[in-house]
Design a protein around this ligand. Structure first.
Ligand code: IMP
Length: 182
């Protein structure tokens, strides 16, 4: 089995690039069908969502704006529970706009919850959420937050690759890997 070593941890292949891309084809078509030619604002949650964002944007055929927010709640391989907004750089006017938030992974949901609270203060028309990966077993807001577009539901494993990191490493891996059990 294909493995990679990132610092002290070994990761094994989990979702190969071709499956990721096939799934993004489907998700992006759903987004196009739902949002259409309404000049939406895509908001990419950095750092992890940069590759997912570029794949979704490449497949969006109408006018749109793209903006980036830098948020982090993870230290090592666990969520710190504290969401820190490290950059607030949204230049687009969000009032009465269709917003699509692009996330690499939704784990506890604390990050997306905090972001939704912030974004709703700008009076958008609608906020949709697209995430490449979702960990349903640890998500804390099942009855409260609807995740509109999900690439893959995964178990509560720590994963890297396709934008996701372990201590800053692994973002450039084109497949997704999970932590190898000891
Ligand atoms: P949440 O606030 O618990 O939903 O965590 C969301 C953020 O934590 C993501 O945007 C990632 O940056 C990070 N994260 C959560 N799970 C993982 C993982 O398995 N690998 C790498 N980063 C993760």
């Amino acid at each position: 089995m294909k493995t990679v070593q990132l610092n002290d941890k070994t990761f094994e292949i989990y979702i190969p690039q071709n499956e990721i891309e096939k799934r993004i084809d489907v998700l992006s078509q759903e987004i196009v069908n739902d949002i259409g030619d309404t000049t939406p604002v895509f908001i990419s949650v950095l750092n992890g969502a940069f590759l997912f964002t570029s794949e979704i944007i490449k497949r969006f055929p109408y006018n749109c704006e793209v903006d980036f927010l830098k948020i982090s709640s993870y230290v090592g391989t666990t969520s710190s529970g504290n969401v820190s907004l490290t950059t607030n750089s949204i230049k687009a006017s969000l009032e009465n706009r269709n917003i699509v938030v692009l996330e690499d992974i939704i784990d506890t949901g604390l990050t997306i919850k905090s972001l939704l609270n912030d974004l709703s203060t700008y009076s958008p028309k609608k906020i949709s959420i697209a995430t490449l990966l979702f960990k349903p077993d640890v998500f804390k807001f099942k009855n409260e937050i609807e995740i509109n577009y999900i690439g893959f539901d995964i178990a509560n494993d720590f994963v890297v690759g396709y934008g996701l990191d372990y201590n800053g490493l692994g973002r450039n891996l084109l497949d997704i890997y999970k932590l190898k059990p000891l």
